[in-house]
Design a protein around this ligand. Structure first.
Ligand code: NAG
Ligand code: NAG
Length: 312
């Protein structure tokens, strides 16, 4: 989700990496969301996801004067039958509103804001997807991480160094909470690598693989997803015809980034037909949307997966 607005449809596509460990945990009836076969499962029952995006929850939660809006939003959502919210668990940079104001240093008040969001979500029966960093510069994002490393004398030619500079990767790994209200972690909001079409796909695939393994090594309970918009790459190259115009160079590969990474439990798709196909009539945007969703659903199924629409 960019902050510029635009209608976002979010689709979660689940891939099957469920092992016996998860099945045992499920038998215990614990409260974490699991994947089982082609379904999300919660407390041993199929969990049907009806979700929404609300990137701003933590910041309002950290402000006593605005906290009530968090409660009100979650309460209205629960009343409308929604069961999942996706939000930012990041706000990076040396500002009073930040979560992480310097690498590994956090404002306690903002953490309390995030705790408040989780506690209100739990009260209203809403699970959360927490995104760990932004690709965009809003709320600090990848650029802030790179700037922090540059201050430590790292030479990083482009912000895509976020994905392979060892100091930046260390900062990222250092930023991770354990709560069943969290349905899933998201590695990054809309990761892209665009500085070099030759190397970017490998760099991004390696980063997702390394960070997925890292998150699972310290938190095996929560589900994990990469945060992709869903642009196709080279597997197979013919699939790029599904991409919106001029979005082939994002450096992502929907199939490889999700299916070929063991720690990734389900896939995500974002869709902004109004922004990606600007100036095109609504009927054509709607047709694009249909094709975009059908293709991802088919690929998820082919990978042994099921789909769970999660918002709009
Ligand atoms: C944050 O910025 C202030 C100046 O605005 C500076 O005094 C302080 O040292 C900075 N803190 C960090 C951790 O960079
Ligand atoms: C992209 O990376 C390749 C391999 O490292 C290099 O040969 C090429 O010069 C790079 N291209 C650009 C535009 O930086």
């Amino acid at each position: 989700m960019t902050l510029g607005g635009g209608a976002l449809a979010l689709l979660l596509l689940m891939f099957v990496h469920a092992g016996s460990q998860q099945q045992a945990a499920e038998a215990r009836g614990d409260a974490f969301v699991r994947v089982h076969g082609t379904h999300f499962v919660h407390n041993g029952k199929p969990f049907f996801v009806n979700g929404f995006n609300a990137y701003w929850l933590m910041n309002l939660g950290a402000d006593n004067a605005q906290r009530g809006k968090v409660t009100s939003a979650l309460s209205q959502a629960a009343g409308a039958g929604l069961s999942l919210a996706r939000t930012w668990a990041f706000n990076d940079g040396n500002r009073s509103s930040a979560l992480q104001y310097s690498p590994g240093l956090y404002h306690e008040r903002t953490f309390q804001g995030l705790d408040f969001v989780l506690s209100e979500a739990r009260k209203h029966g809403i699970k959360m997807i927490l995104s760990l960093v932004n690709y965009y510069g809003d709320y600090g994002g990848r650029k802030q991480y790179v700037d922090w490393a540059k201050k430590q004398n790292q030479i990083i030619p482009s912000d895509d160094g976020f994905f392979n500079n060892p100091v930046v990767k260390g900062f990222y790994k250092n930023h991770i909470k354990d709560d069943p209200t969290i349905m899933a972690w998201e590695l990054m909001n809309e990761p892209r690598c665009e500085s070099n079409v030759t190397t970017c796909r490998t760099i991004l695939q390696s980063w997702i693989t390394e960070m997925a393994a890292h998150v699972k090594s310290i938190d095996g309970n929560h589900l994990l997803e990469a945060g992709l918009e869903g642009f196709y790459g080279l597997s197979p190259p013919s699939r790029s015809s599904v991409n919106p115009p001029a979005h082939d160079k994002a450096g992502t590969d929907f199939i490889a980034n999700n299916l070929q990474v063991p720690g990734i439990d389900f896939a995500t798709v974002h869709s902004y037909p109004d922004k990606w196909l600007r100036g095109v009539d609504a009927q054509s945007q709607l047709r694009f949307q249909g094709t975009w969703l059908d293709a991802h659903i088919a690929d998820a199924r082919a990978g042994g997966a099921a789909e769970a629409p999660a918002g709009g």
